[in-house]
Ligand binder design. Structure first.
Ligand SMILES: Cc1cn([C@H]2C[C@H](O)[C@@H](COP(=O)(O)OP(=O)(O)O[C@H]3O[C@H](C)C(=O)[C@H](O)[C@H]3O)O2)c(=O)[nH]c1=O
Length: 176
């Protein structure tokens, strides 16, 4: 696995190293030793699957309120997304900055998102499945978020969403 830290400290783009043969390939998508060697202390304790039927479906920008903040390992099992992370840690040099990456079933790329960051994605193909490894079990009632187009972050999206949940349109403005 190849780890490339983004401009958000602790947020990594991860490129698995598929072992290819005549049948296809085998790729490791998580390994505690390789993560530890990259300086990441993370062990998924819950996994989630997000199925998105339509292209240009947007989910986000979500995070869990402390003390239930979640680190996440995100990968696309089918289709393609524009994945975005926003640093919400006031003491971070990248506070309020965002990073984006195209994750797809073809490029196998993953994003590791540390606690204290918001996460969201826009699907770029119909029938996109997003897999999550979560660093903490989900605790209902602690979900928080901001709008994907909040001017405080000025996130660049490939295009506006065609599908978005009312709850994701109703998040408060950052700093409100
Ligand atoms: C996150 C989560 C949700 N749920 C339940 C709660 C709702 O009844 C239902 C759908 O939840 P929600 O509408 O929050 O799903 P998304 O909008 O895809 O939210 C996720 O999308 C953004 C992009 C993320 O990074 C988070 O993983 C997560 O917030 O699943 C659970 O039972 N367990 C869970 O871990």
């Amino acid at each position: 696995m190849i780890f490339v830290e983004t401009r958000i400290p602790g947020c990594f783009l991860i490129e698995p190293e598929p072992q290819r043969d005549d049948r296809g390939f085998f790729a490791r998508t998580y390994c505690p030793d390789e993560f530890a060697a990259a300086g990441i202390v993370f062990a998924p304790v819950q996994t989630n699957l997000s199925r998105n039927d339509k292209a240009f479906t947007l989910r986000g920008m979500h995070f869990q309120k402390a003390p239930h903040a979640e680190a996440k390992l995100v990968q696309v099992a089918r289709g393609k997304i524009h994945d975005v992370v926003v640093d919400l840690r006031p003491d971070s040099p990248a506070f309020r900055q965002w990073v984006g990456a195209e994750l797809s079933a073809d490029n196998l790329h993953q994003l590791y998102i540390p606690e204290g960051c918001a996460h969201g994605f826009l699907t770029l193909e119909a029938g996109t499945d997003v897999l999550y490894g979560m660093g903490r079990k989900y605790v209902p009632g602690h979900a928080r978020g901001y709008r994907y187009d909040d001017p405080a972050f000025a996130i660049e999206w490939p295009r506006p969403p065609a599908v978005i949940a009312p709850a994701d349109e109703a998040w408060p403005a950052f700093g409100a």
